[in-house]
Design a protein around this ligand. Structure first.
Ligand code: FAD
Ligand code: UDP
Length: 754
């Protein structure tokens, strides 16, 4: 961080908020005298809710950053800070994971979800030790262990006889000391046992007491709690002890710690006695100066040995110094900086590749946007493209269709990757519908390849079972032999839990299949996908996935199930291939709203964005996709394998060749990592979100010159065919208004148009 400041970059360290008396949130910003890093402390009024605290911090942070323009590197030590900074546009996001915070006392319940989001958002992840690295390495493709280093010169002062701190003066020797936070990770019984076993020793504990009640600390005449001290003072304390201690409890909260104080104690020339912390054993367990003991008795004996060592000649220190010689923060800095540099380079080349890529379309005409148009349509996904086609072909309207992405097709966009495999940039899209009208309409623009999607869920011990749950799933999971639908029905009934009123996504499933199957197939998946428990989500979400008592293992049962034979993008190109349609991609509504000449507007982007988030943002869930091309013809048995287990960071893996029928010696798969930030993919069905949407809808109704259509503009968790249906219905209303529909159809549609 210091180096960033020296580089001409400004490093800002955002602290936990403190409570102030002022009713208005404020930010206390001051430069650190040594490093120049700006330390920013939010000062918030008392009594704010969690959401209000986040909103206040977000505003304070936005203001601060506005004063420091330029590329932003976001650097997170805790996922909790994502809540008020997740919206920031960063050139690089670093997750510097220092501990398994979820195992800590009072860990907020949303931490796991936030961490998932941070993994999804991060470009690079550092872990504060090897054990942590091993625990997290499956969660990010660009993750690197960074065990603690040490400022040797700083702590070596402890060897030079620094002046003894006043609060230690007069304490009898030998002295044993610990510095660091005193919290649930400290083994308080062990501390008491050492004090009792050797009343003649002095034990000095330096550090703030956090999260535990000071009244719970063991009190003994020879046990001294000295409170927190500054980094500058630590060598003086260390230098006045004979032996340094790490009396950590061995439990979940210390499973992944990699205490920085180990090399610091050693650099200060003190032998160390520790309980068996994995990373201490791993990195320092072989040193004569480090004693590991796992019971109180053994710990006291190890303290005896360490004391003898401290009083012996200083030969043992040579081994210590050899071990520490490799450690330097400069080295750590160089390696981290190199990894961040790689992110920048990768981003730049990706941006260049995007710019270089042209859509191989016959249709995308870029003509002057100043030409007068009858309609400006924002968004070239299904909603926008269907309406463009209908208005041009059906009503002879001149249409300007824009999209801020550099391609048409919206989320259904597909393209051939470097291996020539047709894949979906925004995750697998499988077309299915019961609507003759929708299938018939799209068939004007594509031939179809029949395809029925099949999904397996990877459950315990790697068992792959059909999803939706059917009779085969039950037999496989429970080693049963349910032969008929009635058998399966009876089995499910015996497990189902009656629910009086089905309101939530939990109710829907538990009332049908019981808690165990719900937990196996739905709870983890849903928590990952939506970052909330199914009990907090509207029933419509999991109701999308039925339960079956037969052995039908298709994901959908619609009467029309097929993939466009030449891909979705080609279908959109054909749809937009009309002389009255002008398509401009890579163009945001903001770029043209003043400049373009048009009579009416059709908007298919997020409705809250259109109204400047006037009532606050509507929640959307996003995804991060990891596309991988493999040097093998096939990866998995079916189009999609779901991973409901919460410990797996992605929700599903999809393999496109199953869907497209393409023949290729290689295969491409996509992993989906749910995320809080990123493109808005999923409206989040919850009553309060629906209520917020209704407020925006009221604004929309007050703006009859604009038509809002599509998944984002009407905040509905719609499938492709539903959006096509919605767009066709919208077209009918427009046509009716224009008097182009005959008789009863026109009256009906016009009435619906309001
Ligand atoms: P979009 O496709 O989102 O198009 C809106 C367009 O508007 C976007 O391209 C956006 O860039 C553009 N835009 C927004 N704001 C602006 C602005 N201010 N200026 C310019 N342009 C703007 N449906 C299925 O039927 N089957 C599936 O298997 C399926 N799988 C899915 C998998 C995933 C991962 C996701 C996210 C969705 C899936 N869907 C599936 C749903 C399907 O993607 C949507 O129903 C459909 O794409 C919605 O079309 P739309 O036109 O409403 O929105
Ligand atoms: N779901 C689940 N387990 C699964 C599949 C789905 O819990 O194996 C839940 C989850 O909440 C998901 C919802 O059902 O978001 C709808 O699933 P669908 O496959 O329709 O999701 P989509 O394709 O829209 O992402």
């Amino acid at each position: 961080m210091t180096r960033f400041a020296q580089d001409g970059r400004r490093a800002i360290f955002w602290e936990e908020p403190v409570t102030g008396i002022d009713p208005v949130p404020a930010l206390d910003v001051r430069p650190c005298p040594q490093s120049g890093v700006l330390v920013a402390t939010p000062v918030l009024p008392d009594g704010l809710s969690g959401a209000e605290r986040e909103a206040a911090q977000r505003r304070l942070l936005d203001n601060l950053l506005a004063a420091h323009p330029g590329d932003l590197i976001r650097w997170y030590y805790t996922p909790m800070m994502l809540g008020f900074s997740g919206h920031l546009d960063a050139a690089c996001t670093v997750y510097d994971c220092m501990d398994e915070l979820a195992n800590f006392k009072f860990a907020p319940p949303e931490l796991a979800g936030r961490e998932r989001d941070l993994f999804a958002a991060a470009d690079v992840v550092f872990t504060g030790g090897h054990s942590l690295y091993e625990a997290k390495r499956d969660r990010h493709p660009n993750i690197h262990p960074f065990p603690s280093s040490v400022d040797r010169a700083h702590f070596a002062r402890a060897r030079d006889g620094e002046a003894e701190p006043l609060d230690l003066a007069g304490l009898p020797r030998p002295r044993f000391g610990f510095y660091g936070v005193v919290d649930e990770r400290m083994d308080l019984d062990l501390l008491a046992a050492i004090a009792d076993a050797r009343p003649e020793w002095s034990l000095a504990i330096v550090g703030p007491v956090v999260k535990i009640d000071p009244a719970d600390l063991p009190r003994r005449d020879n046990l001294h709690y000295l409170g927190g001290k500054g980094y500058e003072e630590l060598p003086a304390y260390l230098g006045s002890w004979d032996v340094a201690l790490m009396p950590f409890a061995i439990n979940e909260s210390t499973r992944f710690i990699s205490p920085t104080k180990t090399p610091e104690y050693l650099a200060g020339g003190r032998p160390v006695v520790s309980t068996p912390i994995v990373d201490v054993l791993r990195h320092y367990g072989d040193l004569q100066a480090v004693k590991i003991a796992d019971t109180a008795e053994a710990f006291v004996a190890a303290c005896d040995e360490a004391l003898a060592l401290a009083r012996s000649d200083r030969v043992w220190l040579e081994e210590v110094d050899r071990a520490l010689a490799q450690l330097s923060w400069d080295e750590t800095f160089q390696r981290m900086n190199g990894l961040i540099g790689e992110v920048f380079t990768r981003r730049e080349s990706e941006a260049a590749a995007v710019l270089a890529k042209t859509i191989p379309a016959p249709v995308v005409r870029t003509a002057g946007r100043r030409r007068p148009y009858d309609y400006l349509i924002v968004g070239a996904g299904y909603a926008g493209s269907v309406l463009a086609e209908r208005l041009a072909s059906g009503l002879g309207k001149r249409v300007l269709l824009i999209d801020r992405r550099e391609h048409i097709g919206g989320n259904a966009y597909d393209e051939k990757d470097a291996a020539g495999v047709l894949m979906h940039r925004y995750g697998p899209h499988i077309f299915h519908t019961n609507s003759d009208e929708v299938a018939g309409y799209l068939s004007h623009f594509t031939r179809w390849r029949p395809y029925e999607h099949r999904v397996l869920a990877s459950v315990r011990d790697g068992l792959l079972a059909p999803m939706p749950i059917n009779r085969t799933t039950l037999n496989a999971l429970y080693g049963l032999n349910l032969a008929t639908e009635a058998d399966a029905e009876a089995f499910l009934e015996s497990r189902a839990e009656p629910v009086e009123k089905i309101r939530t996504s939990e109710d829907v499933v538990v009332s049908k299949v019981g808690r165990e199957l719900y937990e196996t197939f739905f709870r983890g998946y849903t928590r990952k996908q939506w970052a909330m428990d199914p009990s907090e989500l509207d029933k419509s979400v999991t109701a999308r996935v039925p339960t079956r008592t037969n052995t039908d293992d298709r994901y959908f049962t619609d009467k029309f199930q097929a993939m466009p034979a030449d891909g979705y993008t080609r279908m959109f190109e054909n749809m937009l291939d009309h002389p009255l349609i002008t398509v401009e991609t890579g163009v945001d509504f903001d770029d043209v709203s003043d400049e373009a000449a048009y009579d009416r507007l059709i908007y298919t982007g997020p409705i809250d964005e259109y109204f400047g988030h006037r009532y606050g943002p509507l929640p959307y869930r996003s995804l991060r996709f990891r596309h991988e091309t493999l040097e093998q013809p096939w990866f998995q048995r079916v189009g999609t394998v779901n991973y409901p287990d919460e410990s797996v960071p992605y929700t599903r893996i999809s393999e496109y060749k199953h869907m497209t029928g393409q023949v290729n010696p290689r295969t491409t798969v996509t992993y989906e990592y749910p995320a809080a930030e990123g493109d808005p993919y999923y409206p989040v069905p919850r009553p309060e979100n629906q209520a917020l949407y209704k407020r925006y809808e009221a604004l929309a109704l007050d703006a009859p010159e604009v038509t809002f259509v599509g998944r984002l503009a009407t905040y509905r968790y719609y499938n492709m065919d539903q959006v096509v249906g919605q767009a066709l219905a919208t077209y009918r209303r427009i046509a009716a208004r224009e008097g182009r529909l005959e008789g009863a159809a026109a009256r009906g549609a016009a009435a619906a148009a309001g």
